[in-house]
Write a new protein. Structure first.
Length: 363
């Protein structure tokens, strides 16, 4: 890996039109991608189309290391649907073009969420037209990419027990406008628009064995069971996996949750993995070691379950992590939560990921 990083200047010279092109020995044998493909596993990250076009080392790292990409923001409502009757697919299409050029797959994120809604939504969407707005958006967006995506996060973060509803649903704009059935509407519409994509429910705060997260896991299972009983197509659950070093680690409760989903023939994707170091003290190297340890323990536990079929980190380089903006360290130092640091050197998290992938049993 160090030797490959020493060749960056040479590789940059091989880049064309702002995108990395495939190298002859692709993927290199020391990458996450090569190790994952040897075990029938998908490994990926959230990406930003502007970086794929404009930062060669970012593009090369993504091309080498990943076989599954997801848009960090480019497929959310605010980005894709900026006006009531206008869609902007150009940034998201950049991701699809990059993935096609590098034999990668793409996840869609997301079709229905309570955040990242465009400004026009709040002034124009009512109880009378909400169903039409939701179904038209899903038909247009999922239809645009029909047959090309690995999976869609159809509904994102619909469970929030703290909101106090008997069913555990979040009091989101969609719930207020359409009631609980908005979830079934979204999934049924997505299945019609793209019969091939795996349809996923995605959520956070379900990894730990705290009372709050245990209850949230229970509510997610109830949601999935109810959907399957009603004949609603759902194929997978996404466990976001925004973890924090220095606090309680995921344990048996999450493992049992994954196993319950397997009984329902559900896949599980780790969709947004990163490890915040904002609670850790000490020098960067000490913090990096603890972050890597959590990566390794978590992935060994999760990848021991055969229905966990994909692992994605929320970004690939510390240079652009969202955690520096929303969960910054009190000492002002940048967070170091991802497989590569800000200079694209592999971190202990990278090696921990690779070792955990290697430990996965092949069938």
């Amino acid at each position: 890996m160090r030797e490959r990083l020493a060749r960056r200047e040479f590789v940059r010279g091989a880049l064309c039109a702002g995108m990395a092109r495939m190298l002859p020995s692709f993927p290199p044998p020391d990458t996450l991608r090569a190790h994952a493909e040897a075990r029938g596993l998908l490994v990926g990250c959230a990406v930003v189309p502007e970086k794929l076009r404009g930062e060669p080392i970012y593009a090369e790292t993504v091309a080498e290391q990943e076989n599954l990409l997801v848009a960090e923001n480019a497929m959310k409502w605010q980005a894709l649907h900026p006006a009531p009757h206008r869609y902007d697919f150009a940034p998201a299409d950049t991701i699809l073009a990059f993935a096609d050029a590098h034999q990668q797959r793409v996840r869609g994120h997301n079709l229905c969420w309570h955040q990242a809604l465009p400004d026009w939504f709040h002034s124009m969407v009512t109880k009378d037209n909400a169903k039409q707005v939701l179904t038209e958006h899903i038909c247009t967006v999922a239809g645009h990419y029909a047959g090309r995506l690995h999976s869609w996060d159809v509904v994102n973060e619909a469970i929030e027990p703290k909101d106090g509803r008997p069913d555990g649903l979040r009091k989101s704009p969609w719930l207020m406008l359409l009631g609980p059935e908005y979830i079934d509407i979204a999934f049924r519409t997505a299945r019609r628009a793209d019969p091939k994509a795996l349809l996923t429910y995605n959520d956070y705060g379900i990894e730990l064995d705290t009372p709050e997260q245990t209850e949230k896991r229970r509510r997610v299972l109830d949601l999935v069971r109810g959907m399957k009983k009603r004949g609603v197509s759902i194929d997978a659950v996404g466990v976001q996996s925004h973890l924090t070093a220095g606090e309680q680690r995921p344990g048996n409760g999450l493992r049992d949750f994954v196993r319950e989903l397997r009984k329902m023939d559900m896949q599980v994707f780790i969709t947004e993995l990163d490890v915040s170091d904002h609670k850790l003290q000490g020098a960067p190297a000490e913090r990096d070691k603890l972050v890597g340890s959590l990566y390794g323990d978590y992935l060994r536990m999760m990848l021991a379950e055969p229905n966990v079929t994909a692992v994605l980190t929320w970004g690939i380089t510390d240079k652009y992590t969202w955690l520096n903006h929303e969960h910054g360290r009190s000492d002002g130092q940048p967070q170091r939560p991802l497989p590569f640091d800000a200079e694209y050197h592999p971190m202990p998290a990278f090696y921990a990921m690779r070792e955990a992938i290697d430990a996965r049993r092949t069938t």
